[in-house]
Each structure stands twice: as C-alpha cells, then as structure tokens.
Design a protein around this ligand. Structure first.
Ligand code: SF4
Length: 148
C-alpha cells in the first residue's frame, strides 16, 4: 500500500536534479528557463533539488569527459530507485560537437543508463519538459527495488 502511495507521489511531484557535465551552457540555460514563470514546470509539481538522495529524475546536459564521468556515476548511484535519467542536447546524447576531443567519453549513456533522450542544440524548453513527462511515465511503470 505504501509503495502505491509513494509511486503516486513521485509521479505527481517529481524532484529533479540537474547536472552539467561540461556544456557550452546553451542547454543549461534552457533547463533553467523551464524553472522560470514562462515555462513554469512547478505546475506539473516538478521541483529542482540539489541533493541526489532526494531526486527522482536526473537531467544531464553537456559532454561526458574523463574528469566528470565519476561524478556523474556517483550522483546516479546516490539517487533512490526507481530513478529516471534524461539526457539533454546533442552533447548529452553523443558528445555533440566535442565528441572527437581527446578527453571526451561521449554521451551520457556511455556511463549511466539513459531513459529519455532529448535532442537539439540547444534542446528547447518544451522538448525538455516533454522529456521529463515521458520519464515520469516510466517512473510510474517502474517497480521500487531498493536503493541501488
Ligand atoms: S547541445 Fe549545443 S547548446 Fe547544448 S551544450 Fe552542446 S553545444 Fe551547447
């Protein structure tokens, strides 16, 4: 019974954590725009948090490189299950324009599992919101399975 209540609460008021792997800031600004009154994601109950232990959804922008891949993995592992990962922008999907650089690992899915891919350079706020809503559908279907 409690699991049903928790699952419903997660879907109705998901908490998101944003991590920038090393973008040009174009996609970060679009993520921040989603939190402003113009796009107002709080109308969907979405709240931005700074602690991965409180987050249901991880939004990742930018190219993963050899320096930040451990940080990304660490954040992901601290999030309680079920959790959703949304990769945002060409850089988050494939490494984008930086993909052939010497220190670049590639897209987010080279390090952690990705549930939703939001393309664009930068990704538009509407597409990011759509991606989060798609992720919530997956969150609703997922079964809780411990913290890892
Ligand atoms: S996808 Fe484009 S806008 Fe987004 S971080 Fe990469 S270069 Fe910048």
């Amino acid at each position: 019974m409690f699991e049903t209540i928790f699952a419903r609460a997660r879907r109705k008021s998901p908490w998101v954590l944003h991590f920038d792997c090393g973008s040009c800031n174009g996609c970060d600004i679009e993520v921040i725009a989603c939190l402003t009154p113009v796009y107002d994601v709080e109308r969907f109950g979405i709240i931005n948090v700074g602690n991965p232990m409180h987050a249901d959804v991880l939004l990742v922008t930018g190219t993963v490189n050899h320096r930040n891949k451990k940080v990304l993995r660490n954040l992901y592992e601290q999030m309680p299950s079920p959790r959703v990962v949304v990769a945002i922008g060409s850089c988050g999907l494939t490494g984008g324009i930086f993909r052939e650089s010497y220190n670049v690992v590639g897209g987010v899915d080279k390090v952690i599992p990705v549930d939703v891919y939001v393309p664009g350079c930068p990704a538009r706020p509407e597409a990011i919101i759509d991606g989060v809503m798609l992720g919530l559908k997956k969150l609703g279907e997922a079964k809780p399975c411990g913290n890892r």
